[in-house]
Design a binder for this molecule. Structure first.
Ligand code: LMR
Length: 393
């Protein structure tokens, strides 16, 4: 019956992570999947989340509503838009709890396929591969706008603006507002304003995918692009708590749609509920309660903010450490990119063959595109990674 089913080619990130797990070498280093590990190589359990877990205990587990836990949804809105954003004050934002950031982008794609069908979808070149997959699954054709300038290892700003100007009016544009995956390079403030002007003038439908809030500059500063954009136009914002709450397996995310008025927002929320009902009915409880408890309590939220700051500071310091170790081994490798990029990822410029050599020979795992998850570096593995990097460069 299923004799013609094709074999799965594997996912460039998740399947590689599976290969890492089954690699028998004890000295292996995982710099592939976007997961933050601490100095000891462990995924941290944040103190704020642990305290929330103790408060929650185990009680009845009814279904959550289709749109998710009310405190969670309120927490998402405040975190992304701030307490006093005009769109919040005028009740123009429809927010749902989603199954991770992937679930948020998936529901956004389904929503747009139903209500804005037939549009062109533009994603950055390069991007998180699943952006293509999720929008294609929803029935769209995807194409790209230039983003990465290989020669300068920075944003190809002119190329990006030209492509957004040339696209059909009303195209769907996926933007990562902070800690771009996979390149680690972001638009600066002036560039954000200029891109916003183009997007608004062309009436493009913007989907912000914000999976790393707090890993760039701070929780507040990282939201600035989205907040300013939402003052000028409607948009969709997918967010994830996988990384900044260190709650990968709980699948906690959110989707917010900024609408023209409160009536529109209510109808949009209804359609999001329908999309959820047709897909998985309602989101899971535990992760929802953990996030809602932390975000809804001043002390826990302040503790969590400090913990996010600590993770970011550690990532910045291991970037520097790797650059120093590489420099000590070779003057020929330019390590400037490590220090200019931010967030969990660094785009090394290594080719697929070089990445394969690092993996096969040294057990150092990077994604085939040359993306390195710097959040997997620590004092112990940096010397090995630096040596492997210099040897293949
Ligand atoms: C990544 O890019 O490695 C993470 O966002 C994990 C994923 O789902 O791909």
């Amino acid at each position: 019956m299923f004799g013609r089913v094709e074999a799965f080619a594997g996912d460039p990130i998740l399947s590689l992570n599976d290969s890492f797990k089954s690699d028998p070498r004890s000295e292996k280093v995982n710099l592939s999947i976007g997961v933050y590990t601490d100095e000891k190589g462990r995924i941290p359990v944040l103190g704020s989340v642990k305290a929330a877990y103790e408060r929650i205990g185990f009680a009845e587990r009814p279904y959550l509503p289709m749109e998710g836990h009310p405190g969670y949804r309120e927490g998402v809105q405040k975190l992304i838009f701030g307490d006093t954003h005009p769109a919040r004050e005028t009740k123009r934002i429809a927010t749902i709890q989603t199954i991770g950031g992937t679930g948020a982008v998936g529901i956004a794609a389904d929503f747009l396929a139903k209500h804005c069908p037939g549009r062109t979808v533009l994603v950055s070149d390069p991007t998180w591969e699943n952006h293509h997959g999720l929008f294609q699954r929803a029935g769209f054709k995807t194409t790209t706008y230039p983003y990465w300038d290989r020669s300068t290892k920075s944003v190809d700003f002119d190329g990006m603006v030209k492509a957004l100007e040339a696209a059909d009016s009303g195209s769907i544009v996926i933007l990562q507002p902070v800690c771009h995956n996979p390149t680690g390079v972001d638009l600066d403030d002036k560039q954000q304003v200029a891109v916003t002007d183009v997007l608004v003038a062309k009436r493009h439908i913007v989907v912000f995918d914000m999976a790393y809030q707090g890993f760039g500059t701070s929780l507040e500063a990282d939201a600035a692009f989205v907040r300013r954009y939402a003052e000028r136009a409607s948009c969709l914002v997918a967010n994830s708590f996988s990384k900044n709450f260190s709650l990968y397996g709980e699948r906690c995310g959110g989707l917010s749609i900024v609408c023209q008025d409160s009536d529109e927002a209510e109808r949009v929320l209804g359609q999001l509920k329908l999309a959820v009902r047709r897909s998985y009915s309602s989101p899971p409880m535990l992760g929802g309660l953990l996030v809602a408890t932390v975000l809804g309590n001043d002390d826990l939220r302040a503790q969590w903010t400090r913990e996010v700051d600590e993770m970011r500071t550690r990532m910045d310091s291991v970037r520097k450490l790797l650059a120093e170790h590489i420099r000590a081994l070779s003057n020929e490798v330019d390590v400037g990119f490590l220090l200019n990029q931010r967030g969990m990822f660094s785009f090394t410029g290594l080719t697929e063959q070089q990445v394969t050599a690092m993996r096969e020979r040294d057990g150092v795992y990077l994604v085939g595109s040359g993306r390195m998850c710097v959040a997997g570096l620590n004092e112990e593995n940096v010397p090995k990674v630096a040596k492997s990097f210099v040897e293949v460069s």
